[in-house]
Design a protein. Structure first.
Length: 290
């Protein structure tokens, strides 16, 4: 006799329905509407027209102005991500080896910037990095430089402030992974004659890769879409994708082009995230199969 089809269990669907409705209404629907808006024609005299076109995307990929903005954004995001890895991973390892209440105190100090508005932190960095700021005044008094170093409205200043904003996200990701590590594995490596440096690179670091990957994805995505810090420290000339989209929406009122910029940024972030995941999966597969 043919087997009867299994009954569908509707209970998980019923419990997940509210969350799914919120996801669709609050996230998916605006993205779909933004994608549709990016396909409309914009006329400087008559506004948004009913004609559909791909001209906005063609302009983004063919105009050197927008290519430069996307290249600058990608370079900034990649630089911030690598610096956060270089700072966050050792810092997390040091925190994990602290004992007693000092671990909690220093972890709170490291994560405390997340409790402060990003605008307040950026304004603080603009004061520190200014021509008359604390950093330049200290360098002048020590005789290291003869004149103030220009750091505001430069990519260097933006990168410094972005690293300060993003490092806690990297630390939290690596911290979640490091808590699952078995300290006896490290001790076993050392007892078998491996040096601490070799133990770190061949035993500890491979186990931290999932946390580093998660933190890198978060840092890169947030850096690529950041607005407040690049706008305040980068100024009007040093534009990134988020500030370019802002200008199209509120300055030139070319909403379709601004929506197209947002969609291209979203797709680029998705490609980077999927690419990183695939790369790490292939590395782990090669290690375990080898």
């Amino acid at each position: 006799m043919p087997s009867l089809p299994a009954r569908i269990n509707w209970v998980p669907w019923l419990f997940s329905a509210p969350a799914l409705a919120v996801f669709v209404s609050m996230l998916l629907t605006p993205l779909v509407l933004t994608g549709l808006l990016s396909l409309y024609v914009f006329d400087g005299m008559r506004g948004i027209q009913d004609t559909l076109t791909l001209h906005n995307f063609v302009e983004i990929f063919t105009d050197s102005y927008y290519l430069e903005i996307f290249t600058r954004t990608a370079a900034m995001s990649a630089g911030v991500t690598f610096i956060c890895i270089a700072i966050g991973v050792p810092e997390t390892l040091i925190l994990s080896r602290m004992q007693g209440r000092w671990k909690s105190i220093f972890l709170l100090i490291v994560l405390a910037p997340l409790l402060i508005s990003v605008i307040v932190r950026t304004l603080g960095w603009s004061i520190l990095l200014g021509a008359n700021g604390l950093i330049n005044q200290t360098l002048l008094e020590l005789g290291i430089v003869d004149k103030p170093i220009r750091m505001v409205f430069t990519m260097t200043g933006v990168t410094i402030a972005m690293v300060h904003v993003m490092v806690p996200f990297m630390i939290m990701s690596v911290w979640a992974t490091i808590q699952k590590l078995d300290p006896q594995i490290e001790q076993a490596s050392l007892s078998l004659g491996a040096s601490r440096l070799k133990t770190f690179f061949q035993v500890i670091l491979p186990q931290l890769l999932p946390g580093i990957l998660s933190g890198s994805i978060i840092v890169f995505a947030l850096s690529a879409s950041a607005f407040a810090t690049p706008a305040l420290l980068g100024g009007r000339k040093l534009k990134v994708v988020a500030t370019a989209a802002y200008d199209e929406f509120l300055s030139t009122l070319n909403w379709p082009l601004g929506a197209a910029i947002v969609i291209v940024l979203l797709v680029a972030n998705i490609i980077v995230i999927i690419g990183c995941n695939r790369w790490v999966e292939n590395r782990f597969r090669a290690v375990f199969e080898g």
